[in-house]
Design a protein around this ligand. Structure first.
Ligand code: ZN
Length: 186
């Protein structure tokens, strides 16, 4: 038997395709051929390595690593969910704060004329001086607004909307002026 045939037989034995007579002739060859014996030993070493490591790989991947990966993935998705809820609550909180701020600003701005009116009613004597100064300023503003309205009317002769806005501003200024002048006259 030649070494090439022996190696073929070794491969066949590995796949369990070896007859009884082939096994005997292979053993005879291996008995006196050192290189083929080395090949057989190498093959056996490889086979044991594969047979012991294969189940270990198969066991370690599903049981531990896959479970760990699943847990990590679950944890990440939970964290993402938490972040999303946090963001939503933050948006709701910001919206409420914004609404409260807007309401406070609106209330403050709206209460300024009322506050001034209350002051003028409560302390007419003291307020008259301040009001006479204020009404001078308002007169100037009124005149300025009239000029502004004239300018706007000329500039936007075709735009009724802007003219309406300017008119509304003038009307509001006039109403405020009357409101401010009332205690002085009384
Ligand atoms: Zn040989």
């Amino acid at each position: 038997m030649r070494c090439r045939d022996a190696k073929q037989l070794l491969t066949a034995r590995r796949d369990s395709n070896l007859t009884r007579s082939d096994e005997v002739t292979l053993q005879e060859h291996l008995h006196y051929c050192q290189p083929c014996r080395a090949t057989e030993q190498q093959q056996q070493h490889l086979d044991t390595l594969l047979s012991t490591s294969a189940p270990r790989i198969c066991n370690s991947i599903p049981t531990e690593k896959i479970m760990l990966a699943i847990q990590q993935q679950r944890r990440i998705s939970q964290q993402l969910e938490q972040l999303r809820t946090q963001q939503q609550t933050r948006i709701v909180r910001l919206r409420t704060v914004g609404m409260a701020l807007a309401a406070a600003t609106f209330f403050t701005l709206g209460s300024i004329p009322l506050l001034l009116l209350a002051i003028t009613i409560e302390q007419t004597g003291l307020a008259v001086k301040a009001l006479s100064l204020l009404s001078n300023v308002i007169d100037v503003l009124y005149i300025l607004t009239q000029y502004l309205q004239t300018g706007l009317t000329i500039a936007t002769r075709n735009s009724w909307l802007l003219s309406g806005v300017a008119f509304a501003v003038v009307v509001m200024m006039g109403m405020w002026l009357r409101l401010m002048r009332y205690p002085q006259e009384a």
